[in-house]
Write a protein that binds this ligand. Sequence first.
Ligand SMILES: NC(=O)c1ccc[n+]([C@@H]2O[C@H](COP(=O)([O-])OP(=O)(O)OC[C@H]3O[C@@H](n4cnc5c(N)ncnc54)[C@H](OP(=O)(O)O)[C@@H]3O)[C@@H](O)[C@H]2O)c1
Length: 198
Amino acid sequence: MKIGIIGTGAIGQAFAKQAAKAGYEVIISNSRGAESLKETAKAIGGKTTAGTVEDAGKADVIFLAVPWKHLEAAISGVKSWKGKIVIDPTNPIITPGFHLADLKGLTSTEVVAGLVPGASVVKGFNTLQPGTLASDPRQGGGHRVIFYAGNDDEAKATVSGIIDRMGFAGIDLGRLDEGGKLSQFPGGPLPTLNLIKL
Ligand SMILES: NC(=O)c1ccc[n+]([C@@H]2O[C@H](COP(=O)([O-])OP(=O)(O)OC[C@H]3O[C@@H](n4cnc5c(N)ncnc54)[C@H](OP(=O)(O)O)[C@@H]3O)[C@@H](O)[C@H]2O)c1
């Protein structure tokens, strides 16, 4: 399975490291092109290559890790979202100033889902700091918890498999309108909790 990363900053790199360690083929991207990420790909290691947003968008699973204000620009770099599984670790914060985006009564991942027609979107990997996400998920005889939520059970099963293979313990929070709310930052009770499942 190929995993494309759109937005290779703090969270994108943390996820990429875990995906590469788990043996996935990873394609990292940003707005500046493959050349700007060659060294980063080397540092991440495993089967990681640098590509364009379009290249990352051709993967089976796409990790969309850009700041909220850049979502639409990033998404426009992918020709078709049909049949893709998108993991959404974004938080609906507009910087500078730390303003909450206007979600029009939806959860943030429902808004993201509206931007990628034909894709199945699973919220996840948004509740931990990048350093924690990048560190060994096997701790104290247990596994660090990753929360996820989504409306498509098949897509959630795929994401759950990725979480397991990385060595985390996945906890399914349900649909986006319920579980998505619990893990949403700011507002939900789960962000910043660093839990180990024994
Ligand atoms: N940092 C945290 O503690 C944390 C925790 C949980 C969730 N999150 C969420 O994760 C997302 C990413 O946060 P981050 O901290 O990783 O941000 P970051 O370090 O600023 O990285 C953002 C990445 O997105 C890329 N990018 C920006 N515009 C793009 C575009 N149009 N097309 C493709 N790539 C683009 C940037 O590269 P270029 O500018 O070079 O293109 C950069 O690689 C945010 O939504 C944030 O709310 C962050």
